[in-house]
Design a protein around this ligand. Structure first.
Ligand code: AHM
Ligand code: MG
Length: 334
């Protein structure tokens, strides 16, 4: 690339192309940038500071143990966005209900955010990459009032911006405001995200399939047949495919985005709606993959066309390279 362009500069350079060019979205994205730097710094200490690793001693609304860094990341994003008065409301995997910011200046904000502050956090204590996932909508309630539930229950098609932070071998923000997907890599020595991956496109064909195959006996027959197909020997169609599963959605997604591939977390007999949450896991990733030229479906319809009914609803997720997703859809149609 040869040019040093920071995330902040790149956002400002492109802000006149944002759907509503008021500067508010630019401020919101700066809030995310700041919070992710703070969270990144804390995550990097996780191996050193024993007290940070382990259970917080609380469970979230879905009955899962919260780890300390989940709680920490949630607080940092909530405070960074609230203090800068850039959103009127936030919904988070770590909050039972949505948060409607109380200050008058926040209530005048045009945007709401949905966030999974630390996804894949069960991987922290084994030094595996984890991430933050977010998406942003225009509110549909009247400005000047507290945010309402309906602001959060919009279809993914209405997303204005979405992205993730991957806290990995290097830390990156990958995001889209609806004009393609761009990646920014963090230089920890000077505390700056630089544009490193401009206009990311997922290859139409890939060779990687990512799924928790331990769930094989609990999948529908069509999914089982597809997984057998992935493993068959057929050089003409580039099979067998390569199996890669980290168990950290952001990391699995990021690899497949760069290399081409398919990620699936289908329904199982004991999780009939799958595991992942529509509003702050599936929708942002579906927005990004479509922006990068790929597809995302729950097996029946595009993820972005699902009308949400609950904040924490789950849904099956299949997403990735266009031709691989279409191939899997043919198995589902059988
Ligand atoms: P979390 O939000 O509790 O961290 O769970 C989401 C994670 C995803 O990152 C990952 O893709 C999936 O759960 C892995 O689930 P499993 O261990 O069932 O394969
Ligand atoms: Mg999660």
């Amino acid at each position: 690339m040869g040019k040093l362009i920071t995330l902040g500069e790149h956002i400002v350079k492109n802000q006149d192309k944002f759907p509503y060019a008021t500067g508010e979205l630019t401020a919101l994205l700066s809030g995310i940038k700041l919070a992710s730097k703070v969270v990144n710094s804390e995550i990097n200490k996780a191996g050193l500071v024993d007290e940070i690793i382990g259970q917080e001693g609380q469970t979230n609304i879905q009955g899962e143990d919260q780890q300390k860094l989940d709680v920490y990341a949630n607080r940092i994003f909530k405070e960074a966005l609230g203090a800068r008065a850039v959103v009127c409301g936030l919904a988070s995997e770590e909050e039972d209900d949505y948060v409607a910011y109380e200050s008058e200046v926040c209530q005048n904000g045009s945007y709401i955010i949905l966030i999974d502050p630390l996804d894949g956090s069960s991987n922290i204590d084994v030094n595996v990459s984890i991430g933050t996932i977010f998406c942003v909508y225009r509110r549909i309630s009247e400005p000047g009032q507290p945010a309402e539930l309906n602001d959060f229950l919009q279809k993914g098609r209405e997303i204005v911006a979405a992205g993730y932070v991957v806290y990995g071998s290097s830390t990156m923000i990958v995001m889209s405001t609806g004009q393609g997907v761009h990646g920014y890599t963090f230089d920890p020595s000077i505390g700056v995200f630089f544009l490193s991956h401009e206009n990311l496109r997922i290859p139409d064909n890939g060779k990687i399939y990512s799924v928790n195959e331990g769930n094989f006996p609990f999948f529908d027959e069509n999914i089982r047949n597809y997984l057998k197909h992935c493993k068959e020997y057929d050089p003409a169609s580039n099979r067998p495919y390569t199996s890669r599963y980290i168990g950290s959605l952001v990391s699995d997604f990021h690899r497949n985005l760069i290399k081409g591939g398919i990620y699936l977390y289908p329904a199982t007999s004991h999780k009939p709606k799958g595991k992942l949450r529509l509003l702050y896991e599936c929708n942002p990733m579906a927005f990004l993959i479509e922006q990068a030229g790929g597809l995302a479906t729950d097996g029946v319809q595009d993820i972005l066309d699902i009308k949400p009914t609950e904040l924490h609803q789950r849904c099956p997720l299949i997403l990735g390279s266009k031709n691989m997703v279409n191939e899997l859809k043919r198995f589902l149609a059988d």
